[in-house]
Design a binder for this molecule. Structure first.
Ligand code: SPD
Length: 413
C-alpha cells in the first residue's frame, strides 16, 4: 500500500481511515450505549488510549443526516463517527499518528454494527518535506535534488536543480525541476521519471524494439506514459492507425504540456486518444484488440505497484491479439535482481515467450533501466528495418545488442 512503509518508518505524520458501513443493524446505530461500547472495544483492539469521555450527541433537523454523532479524543488523535438513521449507514473516521491495522478497523466495525456492506479508504497525512529529509538524513543543500526513494536505500544521484513546479494530485506528488546538467526533469513521488537530456534513450527503447518486431502494428496501447514521450516515439511508425494512452493522472498530462513540450509533443498526434481511467477497467473492455501494449509505468511502489501484478499481466494478455507483444518498464538489473526474478516468473506463466533487455539512462540513479518483452508469437531477435526517422539512440545494432545480457542476468530471467 502506498506510503505504508514510510508511515511505519515514521516518515509520515499519521493515517486516517474512513470506513463507510451500509445496511447496519438499525438498533445498534440508534443506541448511545452501543456506540460508546464500540469506541471502547475498538480502542482496545487497535491499542489506542482514550483521552476524556466518549461524546455521543443526537442532532440534525434534516432527515438525511439525522442520527447520533460521536467523537472520542485518543492520545494519538481522534475517532469520530456519524450514524445516519435514514439509510442505516455509519461513517467513521480513525485518525492517528500511531500505526494501526486499518483492515482490522473495517472488519471490527462491520461486525460490531452488523453492517451488510463496508468500504474503507486510507489517507496518509504527510510531514513537511524538510522534516522528512532530516529524518532520512538527506543532505539539505538547497539547490540540489536527491531522489528520495533511492536515498532510502543508501544511494542517490545528486543533481543541481531548481524546482519549477510542485503539486499533489489525487494519486501522487508531481514535481518539475530545471537541472543544471540534464535540462528539465519530471519527478513523481520522489522518483526521477525523465530528463530533457536523456529521455530519448528511454522512450526510443521502450517503443521501437516491439514495433520493429511486430510485422504490422496497427493498434497500440500505452499504459502510463502521461508525459507523452512514449506516444511521440510510437507516432513515428506511420503504419499505426490507432494509439490509445491510458493514464490515471490527468495532472501529469497537464504538467507535461506546460513544462515538458519536448515529450508532450507526442500527445498531439491525430491518431492518439487519451483516457484517464483505471488501467484494469480499461483493459477489461478491450479484449483481443491491440497488436502492442507498452507499459510505461513508475516504479513498483505507490500507484505503479499494481502494474507489476499477475492479475494485471493477465488482462494485458487478453487485450492483445493472437500475435501481440507487451513491453513493460522493468527496473534496473543492478539494483532490483530479486524483484525482476519474481516478476519474470509471473510473466512467464502468462506469456509463452519472454526476453529482458535494457538501455542506458544516466539520470536514473542506476544509470540503466530494463524492459520486459513478452510475446505471444514474434521474437525480437531478428528486427525489421522499418526506416524510422528522427532517432537519436535506437538502431538495429543497438536493438540486437540490448537483448544480450550480462552473465548474472541470464540466470535471473
Ligand atoms: N526509476 C524510475 C523509472 C521511471 C520509469 N518511468 C518513466 C516514464 C517516462 N515516460
Amino acid at each position: 500500500m502506498q506510503f505504508l512503509d514510510e508511515f511505519k518508518k515514521g516518515l509520515m505524520w499519521g493515517m486516517l481511515t474512513s470506513v463507510d458501513l451500509f445496511e447496519c443493524n438499525p438498533k445498534k446505530i440508534r443506541s448511545k450505549q452501543d456506540i460508546k461500547e464500540y469506541v471502547k472495544q475498538l480502542c482496545k483492539k487497535i491499542d489506542m488510549k482514550t483521552f476524556g469521555e466518549t461524546i455521543v450527541v443526537r442532532f440534525g433537523k434534516d432527515k438525511r443526516v439525522q442520527g447520533y454523532s460521536m467523537t472520542q479524543l485518543i492520545e494519538t488523535s481522534l475517532i469520530s463517527g456519524h450514524f445516519a438513521e435514514n439509510t442505516n449507514s455509519a461513517y467513521l473516521d480513525i485518525f492517528s499518528c500511531k500505526y494501526y491495522n486499518a483492515e482490522e478497523v473495517e472488519d471490527f466495525s462491520k461486525k460490531f454494527f452488523e453492517a451488510k456492506k463496508s468500504e474503507s479508504n486510507i489517507t496518509f497525512r504527510k510531514m513537511p518535506e524538510a522534516a522528512k529529509n532530516k529524518l532520512l538524513d538527506i543532505p539539505n543543500s538547497k539547490n540540489w535534488f536527491f531522489e528520495s526513494i533511492e536515498f532510502n536505500q543508501g544511494r542517490a544521484l545528486a543533481l543541481k536543480a531548481k524546482q519549477l513546479y510542485s503539486t499533489q494530485s489525487s494519486f501522487q506528488k508531481i514535481e518539475v525541476y530545471n537541472t543544471n546538467s540534464f535540462g528539465k526533469m519530471l519527478v513523481l513521488d520522489g522518483a526521477i521519471q525523465l530528463t530533457q537530456a536523456d529521455e530519448f534513450a528511454y522512450h526510443e527503447m521502450i517503443v521501437h524494439p516491439a514495433l520493429n518486431t511486430h510485422p504490422k502494428t496497427e493498434k497500440v496501447l500505452i499504459i502510463g506514459g502521461a508525459d507523452g514521450g512514449t506516444a511521440r516515439e510510437t507516432a513515428k511508425h506511420k503504419t499505426i492507425k490507432e494509439i490509445h494512452l491510458c493514464d490515471l493522472d490527468k495532472k501529469v498530462v497537464l504538467t507535461s504540456k506546460k513544462f515538458l513540450p519536448f515529450t508532450a509533443a507526442g500527445l498531439k498526434d491525430k491518431r492518439l486518444s487519451v483516457f484517464h481511467k483505471d488501467g484494469f477497467k480499461f483493459l477489461k473492455e478491450k479484449e483481443n484488440y491491440y497488436d502492442v501494449i507498452i507499459i510505461d509505468s513508475t516504479d513498483p511502489i505507490g500507484v505503479g505497484k499494481i502494474l507489476f501484478s499477475s492479475k494485471f499481466f493477465k488482462l494485458v494478455f487478453n487485450s492483445l491479439k493472437k500475435d501481440g507483444i507487451m513491453v513493460n518498464q522493468f527496473q534496473s538489473m543492478f539494483y532490483e535482481k530479486k524483484l525482476i526474478k519474481e516478476i519474470t516468473k509471473t510473466i512467464k506463466k502468462i506469456f509463452p515467450k519472454f526476453w529482458y533487455y535494457y538501455t542506458l539512462v544516466p539520470s536514473y540513479p542506476s544509470g540503466t533501466i530494463g524492459f520486459g518483452f513478452a510475446s505471444k508469437k514474434h521474437s525480437p531477435l531478428n528486427p525489421k528495418n522499418k526506416n524510422i526517422k528522427d532517432l537519436k539512440y535506437y538502431n538495429l545494432e543497438i536493438h540486437k545488442a540490448s537483448f544480450v545480457l550480462p552473465k548474472f542476468m541470464e540466470k535471473i530471467v
